[in-house]
Design a protein around this ligand. Structure first.
Ligand SMILES: *Cc1c(COP(=O)(O)O)cnc(C)c1O
Length: 400
């Protein structure tokens, strides 16, 4: 048996050192709990960065994956496979879209979105329309196209020059209006900036972007990689505003932990990417599709969406109370549904608070430098949220 410390040592020796993992190894999970090799339990309130929709070892997801693994894993997109066709149909219905393209990650879903937008206008003979408008503080992924759209220098340092994106302040409608022009293919926006620090779009902003894009003949592109699949209490966060984008990028929560991404779009965009123009070897494979189908099934048929709205309201209340209890340390609490954060004041060491929480057995992530982000499994219970916030309270009271 390899001991935990030997594994940690091997991890530090052989894995590429672009992350900073703490010195323990997770070996299993159950619901909203994770267990390390020594048997210590951690309350998982980050869900592997908003991915583990149904928590860990959910019986319906586990059964769907096992059954599909015993039947068919992969055939490539040269052929139809049943779980993928069913998933496409279901996803189109849930998002009010008409066509689904599958890939393996959020960054690939964004890449497909950007390529679709550009090529749509190319096919229409509007070859000059290739510029994208995106927002400062946004996060859209790590490939060069998605990185170009990302509005935070810390992700882009040393990778430039990057093409064709104008960044304006999030929420600033007149800045968007000023940046528009006949060369703009699309406006790319997160309804809640996730990595940027859990910043919901101001009320009415998404509607105004819709109107602006439509009147300028440009596309509205929604990055729902973090907010989609029920995270905010509706299937898409855009649905709170009753706004329909032209394209939606999804990933993270879609497979409940099995890698899958999707770009879904309106029918009028279906000629933009003809056969040969874009693709993915693994995209939409039967295994990932069966996992996503199981996730969507639980979301729809077990009343999970309504539950997210309730748990989200509870979490929001708990965090506002904590925020007002520690005014010297906490600037505010904000978020939507089960994507919430407590934002620490400049000068408060967020990493220190997060690490002390980790030692006490609660897992959160930092977003945008100062926000302690909650993105728990959607099956999280009221008691688990109370437990996590009580331990956060303790970590804040001990902060020196
Ligand atoms: C995580 C994220 C991405 C990138 O997804 P990956 O699966 O890490 O490639 C893109 N956009 C948003 C909003 C995200 O949160």
């Amino acid at each position: 048996m390899t001991t935990e410390s030997a594994l940690v040592e091997a991890g530090h020796s052989y894995l590429y050192p672009n992350y900073r993992q703490p010195p323990f190894v997770f070996v299993r999970g159950q619901g909203s709990s994770l267990f390390d090799a020594s048997g210590k339990r951690y309350l998982d309130l980050y869900a592997g960065i908003a991915v583990s929709t149904l928590g860990h070892a959910h019986p319906k997801l586990t059964a769907a994956i096992a059954a599909q693994a015993g039947k068919l894993l992969h055939v490539s997109n040269y052929f139809f496979n049943e779980p993928n066709v069913r998933l496409a149909e279901k996803l189109c219905r849930l998002t009010q879209m008409d066509r689904a393209f599958f890939c393996n990650s959020g960054t690939e879903a964004i890449e497909a979105t950007l390529k679709l937008a550009r090529r749509h206008f190319h096919v229409q003979g509007q070859t000059e329309r290739q510029r994208i408008i995106a927002f400062r503080n946004s996060f859209h992924g790590r490939t060069l196209g998605a990185l170009a759209a990302t509005g935070q220098d810390k992700y882009k340092d040393g990778f430039g020059p990057l093409p064709g994106v104008t960044h304006v302040a999030f929420g600033d409608l007149s800045a968007v209006r000023a940046a528009m022009g006949p060369d703009v293919a699309g406006i790319l926006v997160e309804p809640v900036q996730g990595e940027g620090g859990v910043l919901p779009a101001p009320p009415g902003f998404l509607r105004e972007l819709r109107d602006l894009a439509s009147s300028a003949g440009a596309l509205l592109l929604a990055d729902e990689v973090q907010t989609g699949v029920g995270r905010t209490g509706k299937f898409l966060a855009f649905q709170h505003d009753g706004v329909e984008p032209d394209v939606v990028a999804l990933a993270k929560a879609l497979g409940g932990g099995v890698p899958i991404g999707a770009m879904v779009c309106k029918k009028f965009l279906q000629e933009a990417l003809p056969p040969g123009s874009h693709g993915s070897t693994f995209g939409g494979n039967p295994l990932a599709s069966a996992a996503a189908l199981a996730v969507l099934d639980v979301l729809e048929n077990d009343g999970l969406l309504a539950q997210v709205a309730e748990r989200g309201a509870e979490l929001s209340l708990l965090l506002s109370k904590t925020a007002s209890k520690y005014p010297k340390l906490v600037e505010c609490a904000r978020g939507r549904g089960l994507l919430q954060a407590i934002v620490l004041r400049e000068g408060v060491d967020a990493r220190k608070v997060m690490t002390s929480l980790q030692e006490s057995g609660v897992l959160l992530t930092i977003a945008g430098g100062q926000a302690l982000r909650f993105s728990p499994p959607l099956i999280v219970t009221s008691a688990e949220l109370e437990e996590g916030v009580a331990l956060l309270d303790r970590a804040l009271s001990a902060y020196a």
